[in-house]
Design a protein around this ligand. Structure first.
Ligand code: SF4
Length: 414
């Protein structure tokens, strides 16, 4: 190397849509625009060099030809450049790197607000509340220990409707004023004509948008009444045993009224999966969501068909804002509450109750979940995900992980 080359200085910088982190003994650069990766061994000499990246102080460092050669950085820099995640540019005589904003999210201000002893449980708390589910059925925990709403529709047993649910929910619904912009979910498996009227009578009083989750046999009483309900949509649960005639009637209703309708097809085995695929093709229904269902006995089905492989994870490009969101809270659960006719309110139906709505105010219960709760903040910060490079690339923990009692549904780590 001649003297001129020896004195050459560069800035090595990362684009602000790239993320730099250390996992599994490597430094990684992930490009949140194209999903491409670059990595190198996390050797001690590189750790001190990349301290500004690691600590989120600056996304630019000064490098010289000598350092690049000594630290064997050339191929890593080439990989970063090829992935459009950063660049190496001549710095002339300058020795101090310019400042480039690292990709950081500071959620501490929001958390500090919650720590204030004199905090007010005022209207601001409702800003965090996005969706509330009302069940007309009791919360019956199955033998394998985790209640999930779709259980009501999978079970062949009739789901009893709890007498007097109206009296329990009415005072609560009155709290959901016009300024609350969330969504109400109403869960009722077997709605007969009387129940549809009762349901509409109670929930019409709330201006929020409503989604009725119901069994396929629960056809609404009349077309005219359905046409009057423009702030409702319907999610209908279908199993292998569902009555084909009823499905056809729902489809007819949809074509006659333009109602928003989504079918959930519950699947608990390979055979049901095949039947569901054949069914959607034959009916040419595009508003179907296939919903894997754990019935306490079909763990193998999940292991063979639902667990993800590395290629599944790499397939999708994850945006920076989604990665930040997954670092801070559970994107499946945040802002959701579940209410049962015994008056118990839950941040997730599989967790402990936040309290009884007749005894504790809604604002206090939302605050309790924000400050102490684990459902809304159930993130991948436990083993084995905490040491995995895909910790924040993978979606937030979901219901399936809860029912299967595993922290990860993948083949990457045991
Ligand atoms: S689920 Fe956890 S262990 Fe599996 S790939 Fe995602 S982060 Fe890694």
């Amino acid at each position: 190397m001649n003297t001129e080359e020896h004195e050459m200085n560069y800035y090595f910088y990362l684009e602000n849509y790239s993320l730099f982190f250390e996992k599994e003994g490597h430094f990684f650069v992930y490009n949140t625009c194209n999903g491409r990766w670059a990595d190198c061994l996390a050797r001690p000499d590189l750790r001190s060099l990349f301290t500004p990246f690691l600590k989120g102080i600056n996304y630019a460092v000064s490098l010289s030809d000598e350092t690049i050669a000594a630290c064997q950085l050339r191929s890593f820099i080439d990989d970063v450049r090829e992935a459009f995640s950063g660049d190496l540019i001549p710095a002339g005589d300058a020795t101090v790197a310019p400042f480039l904003f690292p990709s950081l999210l500071d959620f501490r201000c929001e958390n500090k607000k919650l720590d204030k002893k004199e905090r007010e449980l005022g209207h601001e708390v409702y800003n965090n509340l996005k969706e509330i589910s009302f069940f007309l059925h009791p919360r019956i925990v199955p033998e394998y220990g985790v209640f999930l709403p779709e259980q009501i529709f999978y079970s062949k047993e009739p789901a009893p409707i709890v007498e007097g649910w109206q009296q329990v929910y009415r005072p609560f619904l009155q709290q959901l004023t016009i300024s609350w912009k969330g969504i109400l979910h109403i869960w009722c498996k077997n709605c007969n004509k009387k129940m549809w009227h009762s349901l509409w009578e109670e929930f019409d009083t709330v201006p929020a948008f409503k989604i009725v989750h119901t069994g396929v046999e629960s056809l609404p009483p009349s077309l005219d009444e359905l046409l009057n309900k423009d702030n409702y949509s319907y999610e209908v649960y279908v199993t292998d045993d569902s009555d084909e005639e009823c499905i056809n009637k729902w489809l007819l209703l949809q074509s006659q009224t333009d109602i928003e309708l989504l079918f959930h097809r519950l699947i608990s085995s390979e055979k049901e999966w095949e039947n569901a695929s054949e069914w959607t093709g034959r009916k040419q229904i595009d508003n179907v969501c296939l919903l894997p269902y754990y019935n306490g006995e079909n763990r193998l089905f999940f292991e063979e068909h639902i667990y993800v492989k590395e290629n599944d994870i790499l397939f999708e490009v994850i945006k920076k804002k989604d990665i930040f969101a997954r670092k801070m809270f559970n994107t499946n659960y945040f802002g959701k509450l579940f209410l049962f006719p015994d008056g118990q309110l839950y941040a997730h139906p599989a967790d402990d109750s936040l309290g009884r709505i007749s005894e504790v105010s809604l604002a206090e219960m939302v605050h309790k979940e924000l400050s102490e709760g684990r459902s809304w903040f159930l993130i991948r910060d436990q083993k084995p995900c905490v040491s995995c490079r895909y910790q924040w690339i993978c979606p937030s923990p979901s219901d399936l992980e809860r029912v299967l009692d595993r922290p990860n549904l993948c083949y990457l780590k045991n």
